[in-house]
Structures are given as structure tokens and as C-alpha cells.
Design a protein around this ligand. Structure first.
Ligand code: AMP
Length: 283
């Protein structure tokens, strides 16, 4: 595996690969790898001839009060893990490489960015779409893989790719969980032992909503209330949102169906966690 830091070198590599008739799969990440990231890389290997994983903690997607400075960084360890997964290139640009002085452009997807995480993290998704657009132009992937854990992000990126006529296939990877059900996240390392326990209320709320839907409950408000009760029973948990939305439009629903997705965001202590479940499959 080769580590490339410079965007122009990355593009030169991509041009050569594409010129030789190879396809490229990209898995963009912010590093601090866990099994969720590795699983995306494994999927990538089956989707194209060559795989590129990027690591970039993108400053413009963090709010001023958020954890940009604190975000875990472990390039050497990550590189060893990516190499084991058979990744060809680890692309790890610096902030100055990605946003040189005078950088002035933002990509905004309207509508679906103004709800859910968009409400509590203003500007976050503009940061995400802008950096992913840059990564697409630098790496020139044939296919890009994102986790369904960031469900809204995935929907927004699909919209961006469609609206901008990008010839890139976007694949959503199922959520990878710890044995007890907690969705894997680089931010789980912030949790104390008691907070780690409290974080399981998110999983509990998801399982509850799935179960009640299976039993025939389709009233979104009723399900939201029941889920809220589960989360608010733990004093370490502060709910940001609990939503039942259509999985394509992300519009709120009053009556849910097999196309609905239940999304939860909450702070556990000071750590913001998100999770979700699509109601029609087992993830
Ligand atoms: P991050 O490094 O947190 O920005 O995540 C990089 C990519 O990995 C994103 O597409 C995430 O959705 C995905 N990802 C993170 N955690 C998980 C998980 N537990 N299961 C599946 N995908 C994940």
C-alpha cells in the first residue's frame, strides 16, 4: 500500500489507473479506524479493481463548539489496518492541501440538509458535500462507499451525485455494530464506562421501534414518544432528535411503512451519537 499526501499526486495515480482501464473504489473516512471502516474497505475491494481510502479530518464540517481539535488521530495504526485489508492507496492530505489560502467554494445540497443533523449542526453538510466533491475530483472513483450509519449524509451525497451528473456509483454499507449492538463510531472512545452503558439506550430505542412496527404500530408520534421514554430514562442521555421519515425524501411521516427509517441523535455526556434503522431489513 502506498500513502499519498498530495492531491496532485493522487490525481496522477488515478489518471494512470483509469488510463490502464482500471476501476477505482473510494472509501472516504476521517480515520481512527474501527471495524465499520474496515468493512467498507472490504466491500470496496469487491466493487472495483483498485481501492483508495482517504483519511481527512475535515475542519469545515465541524462547528466551532465541536470536537475537531479532539478528534482521534492515528495515521500509522490506520495505515497498518488499511494495508491488511488490501487497500492500494491511503490518501491523507493536509488541511492546507485541501483548503489552500483563498479557497472560496462551498457545495450546498438544499432541502434534505435542513433537518435532522442539519438543524443541530448548521453548515455541517455543506462541509461534507464540499470535501466529498473535492475527493471525487481528486481520486476519480468509479464507485464510492459510505456507511448507512450516517444515513442523512448518504442521502445527501446521493442527491449531490445525481444533481451534478457525476458518473459515480454510490453504495450504502450496512451499520456495523459492537457485540452489544452499539453502532461503531470513532467517537465511542470519548465515552466513560457509565456513558458507554448509557449509549445502549439508543440501540434499545431502535430495537423497540422495530419490534412495535413488527407488531403493527404505525403511528409515528406514538413510536417517537415510546422511544423518547427509553432514552430519557437515563440521565446521561440528552435527546437531539427522534424521527421517523421516508428513507428517500427524509420527510417526516405521521404514519410509517416499510420504507420508513427511524433515526436517533443524542448526547451521551458530551458525546453526540447517532444511529438509525430502516424498518424493512435487519441492520
Ligand atoms: P467517519 O470516519 O466517521 O467519517 O466515517 C467514514 C465512513 O465510515 C462513513 O461513510 C461512515 O458512514 C462509515 N461508518 C462509520 N461508522 C460506521 C459503522 N459503524 N458502520 C458502517 N459504516 C460506518
Amino acid at each position: 500500500m502506498e500513502i499519498i499526501h498530495s492531491p496532485s499526486q493522487m490525481t496522477a495515480w488515478a489518471n494512470q489507473a483509469l488510463g490502464a482501464g482500471k476501476t477505482i473504489a473510494l472509501t472516504p473516512t476521517m480515520g481512527a479506524f474501527h471495524e465499520g471502516h474496515l468493512s467498507l474497505m472490504r466491500m470496496a475491494r469487491h466493487q472495483a479493481d483498485l481501492t483508495v481510502t482517504s483519511i481527512f479530518v475535515n475542519p469545515i464540517q465541524f462547528g466551532p463548539e465541536e470536537d475537531f481539535d479532539q478528534y482521534p488521530k492515528s495515521l500509522a495504526k490506520d495505515a497498518a489496518m488499511a494495508e491488511k485489508e488490501g487497500v492500494e492507496i491511503l490518501f491523507a492530505p493536509t488541511v492546507a492541501d485541501m483548503y489552500p489560502e483563498g479557497f472560496q467554494t462551498l457545495i450546498t445540497v438544499k432541502g434534505i440538509t435542513d433537518r435532522l443533523c442539519g438543524l443541530s449542526r448548521p453548515g455541517h453538510f455543506d462541509g461534507v458535500t464540499t470535501v466529498v466533491a473535492k475527493l471525487f475530483n481528486i481520486v476519480k472513483p468509479t464507485v464510492a462507499i459510505f456507511g448507512r450509519k450516517d444515513f442523512q449524509q448518504l442521502a445527501i451525497l446521493r442527491k449531490m451525485v445525481c444533481d451534478l451528473n457525476w458518473d459515480i456509483e454510490i453504495i450504502g454499507h450496512p451499520i456495523v455494530r459492537e457485540e452489544d449492538g452499539l453502532a461503531m463510531s470513532s467517537r465511542n472512545t470519548y465515552l466513560s464506562v457509565t456513558e458507554r452503558q448509557a449509549a445502549l439506550t439508543l440501540v434499545k430505542s431502535i430495537k423497540h421501534v422495530r419490534q412495535r412496527f413488527r407488531e403493527g404500530e404505525t403511528n409515528a408520534e406514538q413510536l417517537r414518544c415510546e422511544a423518547a421514554k427509553i432514552l430519557s430514562d437515563n440521565d446521561k442521555v440528552t435527546i437531539d432528535y427522534l424521527s421517523l421519515v421516508d428513507q428517500r425524501t427524509l420527510n417526516d411521516q405521521t404514519v410509517i411503512n416499510h420504507d420508513s427509517v427511524f433515526l436517533v441523535a443524542a448526547k451521551v455526556g458530551t458525546t453526540r451519537l447517532i444511529d438509525n434503522t430502516v424498518l424493512f431489513d435487519e441492520n
